[in-house]
Structure formats: structure tokens, C-alpha cells
Design a protein around this ligand. Structure first.
Ligand code: TYM
Length: 336
């Protein structure tokens, strides 16, 4: 008998232009996991509405994100790609899970607290409920594996708790998902403030490398990256700036921590930063070029998301029907 592959689910929000942190923490791994798992990759557009968006820009970024997935190597022949709002079962399962989630579980989430501070003028229910929608995303597809960066670990815990809670209250229904968090690069830091994570919504453009940045911009931003005055290129948890740059270098060059440290022994910070910038640009610039080509072919992008919607809907509908039945919602039987 042919071995059935385990299901894998992940998503990125089209909330800004993705950065190398989104690439390192998530999309890069999605590509390598495609052969081992049955992969479903979503564009989490409903999640972005928890923060005010300019509608026309959100629509454009949705397409750009799909083009980026393709440019990074997500293969529509192997993986399902779809837009979250195209499959209404995500919002429907969220409602059911909401009735089993306690406000205290959500209000203690780090991301909720951070975003409530950052968007104090718009602390809405969606912002708080964000992890439940994310749980619905994952549980709808019985995903066993969820590749994400470290910042999503807490949200993944809620998804696991909700799966267990539902299974205990009714009967085994949901797979309890495991996170796939990369050993190197799960928490890429800001280039300007290495105490904080790199974020695509940072107001300071020098803090992140966007997946759209050109070679000169990438090199300039790395040159300006905040480090220290020790002039020693080695991993050290007390020297977050240098450690972050070394991590980025290792991920993009494929070298180990030891190899990178040996390579830069005695090298000055200026030359090191230039080497990091060039290595990153060598990967990012061809991706940006391919992304532009995909974006120019709107029909192809639409075809992929329409097919993705069909495939995802089929799976989601089956799961939601099971859930509705288990919780006691009545469905009339069709008489022949
Ligand atoms: P989002 O769009 O904020 O980020 C997308 C992915 O990038 C990872 N990431 C990072 N990795 C390393 N270092 C960083 N500084 C960094 N910043 C972001 C994130 O961990 C994520 O993997 N809620 C999710 C999207 C989502 C989702 C899901 C993910 C919606 N539904 C279901 C998994 C499963 C988010 O906002 O990601």
C-alpha cells in the first residue's frame, strides 16, 4: 500500500511586503517540505483585517503574495495554494471554536498585547480572536505539521489546545498539530533594533530587508545594521546584532555556524556586513525578478487561486460537516 503523506498547513498574511524573516522563518522551508508532505499554503487575508487596510492595496498584495510563493519555488503541481477568504469554512469553524475559547486565553497572547499597543485606536474583537481563526485554518485540514517562525508558537499552542478540547468534549475529530520551527532563523531580529523581531510592518524601512528590495538597497541596509563595538564576529546571545547577521548569513549561504565564524575570523564589521548583503542579494534578487514575471501573468495567478479554492473547499467542507454534526447542528436529509 502506498504511504499516505501527512498533511501540512501554513500561511502568511498579505499585510505588507514580506521580509527575509518571513522567507527564512516560513516560505523557504515550505519549499523543501513539499515532497515529504501534502502541503496546503494559504494567503491569510482575513487575518489582515484585524488592522486597518487600504482595500485596493490589500487586493494587490494578495496577488503579490501568491506571485512570491511561486517565485520562491512553491509548486502548484505539488501544493495547494489558496486565499483564506475564498473558503468560508474558515470563518464558520472559527465561530464553533470561539464557543470553546476563553477570553483570558486570548488576552494573554504576546502578539495581541503588542498589537493592541501599536494600534491603540483600533483594538477590535478580531485582533483578540486572531489565534482562533488561525486554529480554524489549521484544524480544518487535519494538518499534522505547521511550519512557522517562533513568533507563532503561542498561537499554535492555542490551536493544539482547541483540538484536544474539542476531541475530549465530543470524540476524536481533529489532528493535534505540531509546529515545525527551524533550528536556525526562527526568530530573525530587526537590523536597527536587534532586541525586537524583524517585522514587515516596521515603520523604519532600514529595520528589514523586503523581498522586493534591489541589490543596492539590500547592501545599504546591511551596512547600516546596528552591531556593537567589540569587532568580533561570533555567535553570542549577549550580542544580538552580530548573532542575527551571522544567522542570516548561515541561512542564505547554507554554511554552519562554525564555518561562518571561521570564515570571518579577524575580518572587520564593514567587510562582514558587505558579505552578508551580497549573499542575501544573490538569493533575493532572482526571486524578486521571477515574482515580477508571475505578477505580469494575471490569468495564470487567477487560475492557481481558483483551482486552489476548489481543492481547499472540498477538504474544508468535509471537515466542517463533521464538526457541525458532532456539535449537534441539524442538517435535513435530501429525499430522493
Ligand atoms: P505572518 O504573516 O506575520 O508571518 C509569516 C511567517 O513568517 C514568520 N515570521 C518570522 N520568522 C522568523 N523571524 C521573524 N522575525 C519572523 N516574523 C515572521 C511567521 O512566524 C510566519 O510563519 N498568523 C500568521 C499567518 C497564519 C498562519 C495560519 C500561519 C494565518 N493562519 C495558520 C500558520 C498556520 C502570521 O501572521 O504570519
Amino acid at each position: 500500500m502506498e504511504d499516505k503523506k501527512l498533511r501540512l498547513f501554513s500561511a502568511v498574511q498579505p499585510s505588507g511586503i514580506p521580509t527575509i524573516a518571513n522567507y527564512i522563518g516560513a516560505i523557504k522551508n515550505w519549499v523543501t517540505l513539499q515532497d515529504e508532505y501534502e502541503c496546503i499554503y494559504s494567503i491569510a487575508d482575513l487575518h489582515t483585517l484585524t488592522v486597518k487596510q487600504v482595500p485596493a492595496e490589500l487586493r494587490q498584495r494578495t496577488l503579490e503574495l501568491l506571485a512570491l510563493y511561486l517565485a520562491c519555488g512553491v509548486d502548484p503541481e505539488k501544493s495547494v495554494m489558496f486565499v483564506q477568504s475564498h473558503v468560508p469554512q474558515h470563518a464558520e469553524l472559527t465561530w464553533i471554536l470561539n464557543t470553546m475559547t476563553y477570553p483570558g486565553e486570548l488576552s494573554r497572547m504576546t502578539q495581541y498585547k503588542d498589537k493592541s499597543k501599536k494600534h491603540a485606536e483600533n483594538v477590535n474583537m478580531g485582533l483578540m480572536d486572531y489565534p482562533v481563526l488561525m486554529a480554524a485554518d489549521i484544524l480544518l485540514y487535519n494538518a499534522a505539521v505547521v511550519p512557522v517562525g517562533k513568533d507563532q508558537k503561542q498561537h499554535l499552542e492555542i490551536a493544539r489546545d482547541l483540538a484536544v478540547r474539542f476531541n475530549n468534549r465530543y470524540s476524536p475529530t481533529f489532528t493535534v498539530p505540531e509546529g515545525f520551527i527551524p533550528k536556525m532563523g526562527a526568530n530573525i531580529m530587526s537590523l536597527q533594533d536587534p532586541e525586537h523581531k524583524m517585522s514587515k510592518s516596521d515603520a523604519n524601512e532600514n529595520a528589514f530587508i523586503s523581498m522586493n528590495d534591489d541589490r543596492d538597497t539590500i547592501i545599504r541596509k546591511f551596512k547600516r545594521a546596528v552591531t556593537d563595538s567589540e569587532n568580533l564576529i561570533a555567535f553570542d546571545e549577549n550580542r544580538k546584532g552580530i548573532s542575527n547577521l551571522l544567522t542570516i548569513y548561515c541561512v542564505f549561504s547554507g554554511k554552519t555556524a562554525g564555518q561562518a565564524e571561521a570564515e570571518f575570523k579577524g575580518v572587520g564589521y564593514g567587510d562582514f556586513k558587505l558579505a552578508v548583503g551580497e549573499t542575501v542579494a544573490n538569493t533575493i534578487c532572482p526571486i524578486a525578478e521571477r515574482k515580477k514575471q508571475y505578477l505580469a501573468d494575471r490569468d495564470y495567478l487567477d487560475k492557481i487561486i481558483i483551482e486552489g479554492k476548489e481543492k481547499a473547499s472540498y477538504m474544508a467542507q468535509k471537515m466542517l460537516a463533521k464538526v457541525y454534526k458532532k456539535v449537534g447542528l441539524y442538517t435535513p436529509e435530501r429525499k430522493k
